[in-house]
Design a protein around this ligand. Structure first.
Ligand code: NZQ
Ligand code: ZN
Length: 392
């Protein structure tokens, strides 16, 4: 067990109609002007944006709008947002959308609150000292950005997708109405479920043991997500299932399932981020496509941990030895991904990277020899390249 520092400062306002409280929550922060930041159209189509802005007006909150965030959010719009905030004297950012919108908001927040080029943080050349305060109205259960310390941005030049973490960007509040997620296409719902699972699996399938309480919480989160992802496949309007998944999204990535752990593996995430950068795939679907190959590549370094996962999460009966049980657990998770319509290979994901592209992604993933990814086995670019080939 490792020492830990658990910090979850986000106020969560959860339930039907919760977005009606947004005006009050923003005005209570005492800010003068808000940037309302959103994606490529869903919040206009569903009428959510209008309801949010109405609530702001009723509370006397002054705001400007910036839409157009795309999945795998881009640095170009972040820079536009920074300029807009400086010009308009914005001192609070309200993200209305999913992980991409919240991440774009966090990056804008860094850019306004710190001098210099915001990409420096994502390039790991310096640390952010501050971030504008951020609140969110969440519309998809997936990335966990509503309570996490992370944001992931793609730089158009070189298609480099990078994550940066700092406690300064954690949302002041997160408004979560599970009903808002009912307009999601099934593919996005299920992709989100994979991401939630993976945020817990990254912290569970690790080199060193954590705490049994942490393992128990993590196992419950994972079983809950699987059970409710199956329900949502046939009953997308099931409020209770939406609620279970939405809360799991936050709990899986606010640090709770990592307490006492070694920080998590995160190789699958880093391997996927390159796919997102180069091929613009949905993040969760990309994770599903590479996870099995990663797991088969590393499980022998920690067969008992993978076997525990197989038995306690996937419901596998223990086999002759931990290695066999571990493999049965990996197969069971892949079967689950197929059941919910998620890919288990790059081909099923709909992409066909060339050998050169696989090498390029592996090099970028390990920042050209500057880092290894993962802790079960710390992987270099050769390892990562092999995993891309296995995932074909
Ligand atoms: O842009 P709009 O029109 O809103 O459409 C979005 C988008 O196309 C749509 N959508 C969202 N809510 C909807 C809806 N459509 C209908 N009804 C609704 N209620 O769904 C699509 C995906 O949205 P996005 O925000 O991209 O999804 P997600 O939350 O999965 O975020 C993915 C991004 O988060 C990053 C990923 O890498 C990816 O860039 N991550 C961020 C993390 C963090 N900050 O802690 C951790 C994660 O591991 C992840 O890397
Ligand atoms: Zn993720």
């Amino acid at each position: 067990m490792f020492d830990f520092n658990f910090y979850a400062p986000t106020r969560v306002v959860f339930g039907r109609g919760a977005e009606k409280q947004v005006g009050r929550l923003v005005s209570e922060t005492g800010c003068k002007k808000v940037l309302v930041h959103f994606g490529s159209g869903s919040v206009r189509r569903t009428g959510l944006l209008e309801r949010v802005e109405q609530s702001l007006r009723q509370s006397g909150v002054d705001f400007v709008e910036l839409g157009g965030v795309v999945p795998n959010p881009r640095l170009g719009l972040v820079c536009e947002g920074i300029e807009l905030c400086k010009r308009e004297g914005v001192d609070f950012i309200l993200a209305v959308g999913g992980g991409s919108v919240i991440d774009s908001s966090k990056a804008i927040g860094y850019g306004v609150a710190n001098e210099g080029d915001v990409w420096d943080f994502y390039d790991y050349t310096r640390e952010a000292e501050a971030c504008l305060p951020i609140g969110c109205v969440l519309t998809i259960a997936a990335a966990g950005s509503e309570m996490s310390d992370s944001s992931v941005i793609t730089k158009e030049e070189g298609l480099i997708k990078r994550g940066y973490s700092s406690d300064t960007c954690r949302c002041k509040f997160a408004i979560m109405n599970p009903e808002l997620t009912m307009t999601l296409p099934d593919y996005q719902t299920q992709s989100g479920c994979v991401d939630i699972l993976m945020h817990t699996m990254e912290r569970y399938l690790v080199r060193e043991d954590t705490m049994s309480l942490t393992d128990g919480i993590a196992e419950a989160v994972m079983r809950t997500v699987m059970e409710n992802a199956r329900i949502l496949k046939t009953r997308p309007d099931d409020y209770d299932a939406r609620a279970e998944v939405m809360w799991a999204s936050s709990l899986s990535h606010n640090g709770l399932t990592g307490c006492g752990g070694d920080g998590g593996d995160w190789a699958s995430h880093n391997i996927e981020h390159e796919l997102g950068g180069l091929f613009d795939v949905a993040h969760g679907a990309g994770l599903a496509a590479v996870w099995g190959s990663w797991a088969r590549y590393v499980y022998k370094a920690r067969p008992e941990r993978f076997a525990k996962f197989a038995v306690n999460v996937m419901g596998v009966s223990p086999l002759e030895n931990d290695g066999e049980t571990a493999l049965a657990g990996i197969r069971a998770m892949e079967d689950f991904y197929r059941q919910i319509g998620m890919p288990t290979s790059l081909t099923e994901l709909g992409i066909c990277p060339t050998d050169e592209q696989m090498r390029e992604m592996a090099e970028k993933c390990c920042i050209h020899g500057k880092r290894r990814v993962g802790c079960v086995i710390p992987l270099d670019a050769d390892d990562v390249e092999k995993i891309y080939h296995m995932a074909r």
